[in-house]
Design a protein around this ligand. Structure first.
Ligand code: KIV
Ligand code: ZN
Length: 553
């Protein structure tokens, strides 16, 4: 299938979510999936349903809500894909989750490199061939759209790879994805691998060739582009390049390279590039994985021209130092939009133009937060609004709510914090604690009430916009100790990892932002533990937020 469209297969919610600390709640995954659909991705790999009932439920929810047009509308929806190892149990779980989408896909994989077959799978090449045929046939008996990946293709022997791909095509695979699982290849090698596949695999032109590169040597984007030039028409990517170890190929880099260098590639994507920056910020805010300032396309400095000589050139003609206009990727960082006197109507209009679809209740809650912020910050920019709303999205369930905080600190006494919390059953708790500093004292005061054993793995503070009255953004990452329900399995090597939970908070006071972030992460642990299932169900019902799944059941 040689056309001039490169399909964007977004795996932020699967491979991206495997990056350390990027663990998301199902509401956050849904919000990201909604943003990816708006961005125009062709396929959303929504997760690995066999990992746990929670993962399965999250993929199912995305299949139902994002994989179908809104009631009464007929908009194009993305394919919703679930990952499965080459086993009936995994494939059944993937199908159970994605079948509700208008366009479901099962993605199954098995390793084909000598090193993986010998040490990980402990299988002979002949056994691998048989298994691929059986499992692709089985997946195809359930779903019309089946993708197969020979894991570690980058280190596989090309002749064996051709045989495996031939078997997969005969068994009914519709997309063949070629992963450079450990980011080992160079662009020349990877391009040659794809060209070899095109030349040597029978009936290869009846399927889509896909590429999936990891960034261990910083070559993921270059390798993906080399694969595309050699004939691949699907690129597997993540927003901001998040993913295992050094990450995956960045979506924004591939899309903008194809777009900006159209004369070189002569290829299109279905992406609305003006939504790139907004989607990148949402992913960063909800995963808690910051974007490095010098990151191409979406880094804070990507369009900043500090050096006088550059500014002079830019003033004479933009294209002297700029190959893309910031507006092309929706970069509107410093656009002032609202102030203290802005009313509900202006606020609602701004939220809508930013692409947020909020219920009346959510809008009211957001407006209250905005008023609060506007009391302390003179001018509110789009970036402030985005941070504020993603803070609201990431704290939909406040099992413990912060109602008050008072701290005393400095050089004249012991840092002390007093917190007032209210739990979901309405009980009020007031507690004071000492600490090594105001943040430590606040976290200790909370811990003594909430009583969730955890380890603080990461703590970051940053200013969202410029100026002395800038909002502080704090993100934390915690692991829940002593809870086996908090473990998750990685699809590639069955490794069990302790789940980590991110939380973030924004406020003009960074101690308040820190406390909100910490409590948000603890609330996620409590919500995932199942201890508050009953209360959470009741709360969602009260808020009219019953899931689509519950409504159709
Ligand atoms: O990197 C990889 O090989 C993968 C496969 C599961 C496609 O993520
Ligand atoms: Zn991968």
């Amino acid at each position: 299938m040689q056309d001039n469209t490169v399909r964007i297969f977004d795996t932020t919610l699967r491979d991206g979510e495997q990056s350390p600390g990027a663990s998301l709640t199902s509401d956050e995954k849904l919000e990201i999936a909604r943003a990816l659909a708006k961005l125009g991705v062709d396929v959303i790999e929504a997760g690995f349903p066999a990992a746990s009932p929670d993962d399965l439920a999250a993929v199912k929810k995305i299949a139902m809500e994002i994989g179908n047009p809104a009631p009464g509308q007929s908009q194009n929806v993305p394919i919703i894909c679930g990952l499965a190892r080459a086993s009936q149990k995994d494939i059944d779980a993937a199908w159970e989750a994605v079948q509700y989408a208008q366009k479901p896909r099962i993605h199954t994989f098995l390793a084909t490199s000598p090193i993986h077959m010998q040490y990980k799978l402990k299988m002979e090449p002949e056994e691998v061939l048989t298994k691929v045929g059986e499992m692709v046939t089985y997946a195809r008996s359930l779903c019309q759209d089946v993708e197969f990946s020979p894991e570690d293709a980058g280190r596989s022997e090309p002749e064996f790879l051709y045989k495996v791909l031939d078997v997969a095509i005969q068994a009914g695979a519709t997309t063949l994805n070629i992963p450079d699982t450990v980011g080992y290849t160079t662009p020349q090698e990877f391009g040659a691998l794809i060209a070899g596949i095109k030349q040597n695999v029978p009936n290869i032109d009846n399927v889509i060739i896909s590429v999936h590169c990891h960034d261990d040597l910083g070559l993921a984007t270059a390798n993906t582009l080399a694969g595309i030039q050699a004939g691949a028409r699907q690129a597997e990517v993540t927003m901001n390049g998040i993913g295992e170890r050094a990450g995956n190929t960045s979506s924004e880099e591939i899309v903008m390279a194809l777009h900006t260098r159209r004369q070189v590639f002569n290829l299109e994507t279905n992406i609305d590039t003006t939504l790139i920056t907004r989607t990148s910020r949402l992913v960063s805010n909800l995963t808690g994985v910051p974007v490095q300032p010098n990151k191409a396309i979406v880094g804070a400095n990507a369009f900043a021209h500090e050096a006088g000589i550059h500014q002079d050139g830019l003033l004479k003609h933009q294209s002297t130092y700029e190959i893309m206009r910031p507006e092309m990727v929706g970069e509107t960082q410093s656009r002032l939009v609202l102030g203290k006197h802005s009313g509900r109507h202006a606020f609602k209009k701004n939220m809508e133009s930013l692409g947020y679809e909020l219920t009346e209740d959510e809008m009211e809650q957001a407006f209250e937060r905005f008023k609060n912020l506007a009391d302390r910050k003179k001018n509110i920019t789009e970036t402030d609004l985005e941070a504020m709303i993603s803070d609201q999205i990431s704290q939909p369930v406040e099992i413990f709510k912060l109602e008050g905080l008072q701290v005393s600190c400095g050089t004249m006494g012991m840092p002390t914090a007093t917190v007032r919390l209210r739990d979901i059953q309405g009980n009020e708790y007031i507690n004071a604690a000492l600490g090594t500093g105001p943040v430590d004292a606040s976290f200790t005061a909370i811990n003594q009430v909430v009583k969730v054993e955890n380890t603080l793995l990461e703590y970051n503070v940053s200013a969202i916009t410029e100026g002395i009255d800038a909002i502080g953004h704090v993100s934390v990452r915690l692991s829940a100790d002593n809870e086996t329900t908090m473990q998750r399995q990685l699809p590639q090597n069955n490794q069990i990892r302790q789940r980590t939970f991110g939380g973030h908070g924004v406020d003009t006071d960074i101690i308040v932002a820190s406390t909100k972030a910490y409590l948000a992460a603890l609330n996620k642990i409590l919500a995932t533990s199942g201890k508050y299932d009953q209360e959470l169900k009741q709360l969602k019902k009260k808020q009219g937020k019953e899931t689509y799944e519950a409504v159709v059941a």
